[in-house]
Design a protein around this ligand. Structure first.
Ligand code: IPD
Ligand code: CA
Ligand code: CA
Length: 272
């Protein structure tokens, strides 16, 4: 029997198959460009886009369109691809971690999330540099390369490895996450910045990180990761402990145990 607002398991399997195929096609394109080289353009001084972002997105959209021509699509580079009013919306980051990719730093991925009637129900993230495939959907748990994953059991912030990121407006906008970065660096076991929000969320889901906070993320950065963290037993909220929407701008994802301590540090203000 289907849950409220969630398609039945047969339909979900079919959707997951298409999501995986599309992400795989995108990931192969990224690796093709990583080997052969690519052009880089600047959206602004810090925000890059490469041939790989654009080609990956085109190919992913093509795969989804071939099976679901009426579904809505929201993709980072081309925006909204459909005016149709389907209950389904695919949310695509064809290359999450473009700065890393452009520098040859192997921390990037393809991220595909799916909304049904406004709720994220499926997430697929493929990291082609490590051959890692993260999947979650339909409440049946999250997996990494088909094996179940779970968030960590780290109970306290001072034992936690955290991760964060910075927006592309960091040079001009004082709301730049640097104070928060200082505060957490002084009270967590460690803080990392990988440059790939979707991987940050997947790493919380499989216990490599214990918590992740960031502001100014876009829906395509977090749609897949949200489902993966939640189905791995983690917690995702706003900085105010409200339910997180992928269209919101401030997010905390954690193993649940350290969530309250993270929120307290975010709300504290100042450098320490
Ligand atoms: C970026 C990465 C980065 C995060 C930025 C995102 P992009 O995505 O996820 O980790 O800090 O906020 O925009 O531009 O590489 O797809
Ligand atoms: Ca991204
Ligand atoms: Ca991107």
């Amino acid at each position: 029997m289907a849950h409220d607002n969630i398609p039945g398991s047969g339909k979900l399997q079919e959707l997951e198959k298409v999501a995986l195929e599309a992400a795989q096609v995108g990931a192969e394109i990224l690796q093709k460009y990583a080997k052969a080289g690519f052009r880089i353009k600047h959206k602004n001084p810090l925000n890059l886009v490469t041939d790989a972002d654009l080609d990956s997105e085109r190919a992913i959209v093509e795969v989804i369109r071939a099976t679901y021509p009426t579904h809505q699509i929201l993709a980072e580079e081309e925006g909204s691809h459909s005016s149709q009013n389907s209950s389904y919306k695919w949310i695509i980051d064809p290359l999450d971690g473009t700065t890393n990719f452009a520098h040859g730093f192997p921390a990037y991925n393809v991220s595909i999330g799916l909304e049904y009637e406004g709720k994220c129900i499926l997430g697929v993230v493929i990291d082609p540099t490590r051959d890692e495939v993260f999947v979650a959907g339909g409440g049946s748990g999250a997996t990494l390369n088909r094996k179940p994953i779970h968030v960590s059991a780290v109970p306290k912030l001072d034992q936690a490895l955290l991760v964060t990121g910075f927006g592309y407006d960091i040079r001009e906008n004082p709301e730049n996450n640097l104070d928060e970065f200082c505060r957490f660096t002084l009270c967590a076991q460690g803080v990392r910045r990988t440059g790939s929000a979707a991987l940050d969320m997947c790493y919380v889901a499989c216990g490599r990180f214990d918590g992740f906070w960031e502001l100014k993320l876009n829906p395509w950065d977090v749609a897949a990761g949200l489902v993966i963290v939640q189905e791995a037993g983690g917690k995702v909220t706003t900085y105010q402990d409200e339910p997180f929407s992928i269209y919101g701008r401030k997010m905390v994802a954690s193993n649940g145990f350290i969530h309250g301590e993270i929120l307290e540090v975010l709300q504290r203000g100042g450098l320490k």
